[in-house]
Design a protein around this ligand. Structure first.
Ligand code: HEM
Length: 226
């Protein structure tokens, strides 16, 4: 076994993989939100943006593949860490003793992460693959291109679907505020003096993502974007 494979098989190495893949996914979520917020500029802006993203097939499929690999690495490594953590736990479930704080936060991250995964599958079926409301992918604007603006307006006009998005965004916010803070810890960048600042930055970033994404859903539900 080389020194590199030995490192990535160690618990520290796996925490590095979680931190780096988490950072890349966090970057995607911010860029995706900034792109989607163009719905507030108007149909032409968001439809132009969507058309531009899809205009270079090689870039689009490269980014999709990259995102898929990063997501799978993040999930598989998380499962491996949970299993290792469980194997190393001295107190078994059912003994009546409360779990230690660290395992409580990672259990919360595991639950929110699982629901976020369910959300991503639902979201892809809703807006990309067309398994849910396939007519949304057929919408065309006056210039004949995919009308992403109308797709979002019609998609979020269903209160049940909008409610699921809002719930998923609340869980994403929780997951990110824990994740960003533990990312700094895993990379050895949390060393006492700046701990409070790092935790606060993590909460503000996660809160901004929650507000930005929910603003889109709520604006449609309230009839402000139509
Ligand atoms: C309220 C929040 C969100 C809104 C309004 C939204 C909106 C959209 C829309 C409109 C598309 C289709 C774009 C197009 O066809 O041009 C899309 C695709 C996508 N979204 Fe979201 N999204 C949200 C949250 C998220 C989150 C939190 C994630 C990931 C954690 C995510 C991941 C994706 C992915 C992977 C795609 C597929 C991109 C592709 O390959 O075509 N979205 N989203």
């Amino acid at each position: 076994m080389t020194i590199i494979t030995r490192f990535f098989n160690s618990t520290l190495g796996k925490k590095y993989i979680m931190a780096i893949t988490g950072f890349l996914l966090f970057g995607f979520v911010i860029i995706h939100m900034l792109g989607n917020l163009q719905i507030f500029i108007g149909p032409a802006a968001i439809n132009d943006y969507a058309e531009m993203l899809k205009s270079k097939a090689a870039l689009l499929w490269g980014a999709r593949l990259g995102l898929l690999v990063i997501t799978i690495l993040h999930i598989v490594t998380a499962i491996q860490l949970v299993l290792r953590n469980r194997a190393a736990r001295p107190v078994k479930y059912g003994t009546g003793k409360a779990p230690v704080a660290a395992s409580l936060t990672s259990r919360t991250a595991a639950i929110s992460g699982t629901i976020i995964l369910a959300f991503i599958i639902f979201h892809l079926l809703h807006y990309t693959i067309g398994g849910i409301n396939p007519e949304l992918l057929q919408l065309r604007d006056a210039t004949g291109r995919h009308d992403v603006f109308q797709m979002m307006v019609q998609g979020f006009s269903n209160p049940l679907i909008a409610g699921f998005y809002l719930l998923a965004m609340a869980l994403l916010c929780m997951h990110l505020s824990h994740g960003v803070s533990s990312m700094f810890q895993s990379l050895g960048l949390k060393s006492g003096a700046y701990d409070m600042v790092i935790d606060r930055v993590a909460k503000v970033a996660a809160g901004a993502i929650f507000l930005g994404n929910c603003a889109i859903v709520i604006a449609v539900l309230a009839g402000l974007v139509k």
